[in-house]
Design a protein around this ligand. Structure first.
Ligand SMILES: NC(=O)c1ccc[n+]([C@@H]2O[C@H](COP(=O)([O-])OP(=O)(O)OC[C@H]3O[C@@H](n4cnc5c(N)ncnc54)[C@H](OP(=O)(O)O)[C@@H]3O)[C@@H](O)[C@H]2O)c1
Length: 369
């Protein structure tokens, strides 16, 4: 992992931290003295959370395995929910609104864990309050929103990253290394599936058009991410969605055509439970990313010469800690963007998702029009 602990006390880090302190009051006073005399970042970075749902809970647990930070403040539409969540994770502050988290002078970075329709507005509010931001995927619901978010972060010189946790997982990174090194030869076919039957009703964020629901932005995004990460942008694509009466996609199938004779076949659905696997087939072998491929897991490398290798990984925490650690390390180093999950990649991803939605006629009236 990109855990950069050695450089915490480096001259470069100290210089960058001083500059950040001068530019940005919200990251004030990270400097202390280590027992070997080096200055280092000694203050823990304080997280504020916006939203107290399923992923907020997972991410809060992951902070237990993240060095150099602490869960400090929880914001919810309901003070009861905020207090319950804060109590469970020993966070000192609980607020009955999102704005109060953004206004808390002791919060350094805010994790946004709300439905898709709120990502852009919540991020802009936090950046306006001079907070660094980690925002759940999809970053915004369209390219227009993502550009607004990135522009404001740059203007304010604040850290901003899309929380696409799979990009930081050692198994996913290993697959990229195997593909890039030519271990399976030239890639001819990538298949990535992500289905999960949703029990939510029409108001649930999975199906609610006002909350920018649909399988593509919720789970299909992982399939698109994998293809872009491993193979880059396709030269052509086709997509077809099965939309419900509310206009969101219940299921979607996507084909990416790459130069030469390479194809990616991607599908996602809220209508069925199927094995959530991804496979990358080359002309010398294949890589199988086992069930729940987007999570911490094993991969199998099967060569055409008949040899098979199971590649296992030792994971720390629940997996979300890898992206959390990147955020903490970047902020401590005075960086405003991750070198791993870059703004450029987030833009490439949302532009692809926009193009797919356009092809399928999926429109979020309150955001796209
Ligand atoms: N990275 C991952 O592995 C992963 C996994 C699941 C979801 N996600 C992403 O995380 C985000 C949240 O997903 P989730 O599964 O945690 O959803 P969830 O359980 O429904 O939680 C969403 C939270 O957002 C807040 N909220 C604000 N307005 C809302 C509204 N109108 N309806 C419902 N909730 C509202 C609520 O918090 P308060 O009541 O406290 O205000 C709610 O608890 C989405 O962007 C999703 O794509 C990521």
């Amino acid at each position: 992992m990109n855990r950069n602990s050695e450089s915490f006390g480096s001259v470069e880090t100290i210089a960058v931290s001083f500059i950040t302190v001068l530019k940005n009051k919200s990251v004030f006073a990270y400097l202390g003295v280590t027992n070997n005399g080096w200055l280092m970042n000694s203050k823990k970075i304080k997280w504020g959370f916006i939203g107290t749902g399923w992923i907020a809970n997972k991410f809060a647990n992951s902070l237990k395995s993240t060095e150099g930070s602490e869960l400090y403040a929880i914001g919810s539409r309901s003070i009861e929910s905020a207090k319950k969540f804060a109590g469970e994770f020993n966070a000192p502050k609980a607020y009955g609104s999102y704005q109060e988290v953004a206004r808390d002078p002791d919060v350094d970075v805010i994790y946004i864990a709300t439905p898709h329709n709120l990502h852009c507005a919540n991020t802009l509010m936090c950046l306006e309050s001079n907070k660094h931001v980690l925002c759940e995927k999809p970053f915004g619901v369209n390219g227009k929103e993502v550009r607004l978010m990135i522009d404001l972060a740059r203007e304010k010189n604040l850290f901003l990253m899309e929380a696409l946790w799979s990009r930081f997982l050692p198994n996913v990174i290993k697959v990229k290394e195997l593909v890039d090194s030519g271990t399976i030869g030239n890639v001819k076919l990538l298949t990535a599936y992500f289905e999960g039957k949703s029990d939510g009703g029409p108001e649930h964020r999975h199906f609610n058009i006002d909350l920018c629901g649909g399988s593509l932005l919720d789970i299909g995004i992982y399939n698109v991410f994998l293809s872009l990460y491993l193979l880059g942008s396709p030269e052509r694509f086709k997509a077809l969605a099965a939309t419900g009466s509310n206009g969101t996609d219940n299921s979607i199938g996507i084909l990416f055509k790459y130069p030469g004779d390479s194809l990616a076949v991607l599908h996602s659905s809220f209508m069925a439970n199927t094995p959530i696997v991804a496979e990358i087939h080359g002309d010398k072998g294949k890589i199988v990313m086992e069930h729940l491929w987007f999570c911490p897991g094993n991969i199998r490398l099967i060569r055409h010469d008949g040899t098979e290798e199971l590649i296992k990984f030792e994971f720390k925490g629940n997996g979300y800690n890898y992206e959390a650690q990147e955020v903490v390390d970047c902020i401590a180093a005075g960086k405003t963007e991750s070198n791993i999950m870059t703004h450029e990649f987030s833009l490439k991803l949302i532009d692809m998702l926009d193009a797919i939605r356009k092809e399928c006629g999926i429109i979020y009236p309150k955001h796209d029009l």
